[in-house]
Design a protein around this ligand. Sequence first.
Ligand code: NAP
Length: 295
Amino acid sequence: MKVGIAGTGRMGGAIAQRLMGLNHELTVWNRTPGKTKELAAAGAKVAATPAALAENVDTIITILTDDQAIEALYNGPQGLLSGKVAGKLFIEMSTVRPEVQIALEKKVSGKGAALVECPVGGTTGPARDGKLFGFAGGADADVARARPLLESMCRRVEHVGPAGAGTRMKLAINLPLYVYWQALGEALLLCRSLGIGADRLVDILADTSGASNAIKSRGPAVAAFLGGKDPGPPTMTVELVCKDLRTMIAEARAMGGTVPAAEAALKCFEAAARGGLGDKDQSVLPGRWASTAGK
Ligand SMILES: NC(=O)c1ccc[n+]([C@@H]2O[C@H](COP(=O)([O-])OP(=O)(O)OC[C@H]3O[C@@H](n4cnc5c(N)ncnc54)[C@H](OP(=O)(O)O)[C@@H]3O)[C@@H](O)[C@H]2O)c1
């Protein structure tokens, strides 16, 4: 199948690697051209514009920073929807507000094409291994059409409703995770005077019912940062976590509800970003809180 990926950032690049490993004929485009170089060296075609990418493939995948990126890439000059796209399938995987996916689905279907949103749980490692958890939103027939490709990227795909439902579910699954990072930081702060080494401390906390699943994969990075070492390259950055938390808070407010735990977590992640950790992995938050006593 001819597949295109517009936006080869951390997640788009990892998904591209996965699909190339499955022998899909892949075309890519990215705003910052340098990020397509490795994929081109591995055999991907590089399109000159998003419009050229959409014209030359059957299915177009996007996984982008936020709603502004979606607007620029789909609706900008030479954007994905600027050429003839009737009959094509778009799979939009970014974490944004549900209303953004709903509006995009209308635009895409107005062009005679189909859109399935499928934001994902899991980070770059699971993306490279085809082990994401996909939350699909869209019409039954469109999701059925997208399913084989989605299943090659995901260990599990749940069709949770029409367009917008997938992002709503995705925001819901990330909320407890971000609150957990902050709660773990506070737990580590309480343990500081014990004098237990970072690796052992994180190992103990990971083996309790207060732990999140995420500690299984990110525990070593948490312990490294807590112990003053390099936690390694980021998978999901502190800046992107702030974007997700702001999106959750806006969504809850639009529903007439409140999410005080998410609001408190946002303040802590924003403080970390102001302290120069915006481009670091989300898992630096607990170590920062414990070592600065929250200051
Ligand atoms: N990282 C994770 O673990 C993870 C997991 C699940 C979901 N997500 C979600 O997936 C999405 C992407 O995350 P990521 O970590 O892959 O982010 P990233 O590495 O920062 O990549 C973002 C992508 O969006 C593109 N982009 C941003 N603004 C643009 C614009 N105005 N016009 C065109 N392209 C634009 C970037 O292009 P440039 O390279 O030119 O900047 C890049 O290709 C986010 O919504 C995030 O919340 C991330």
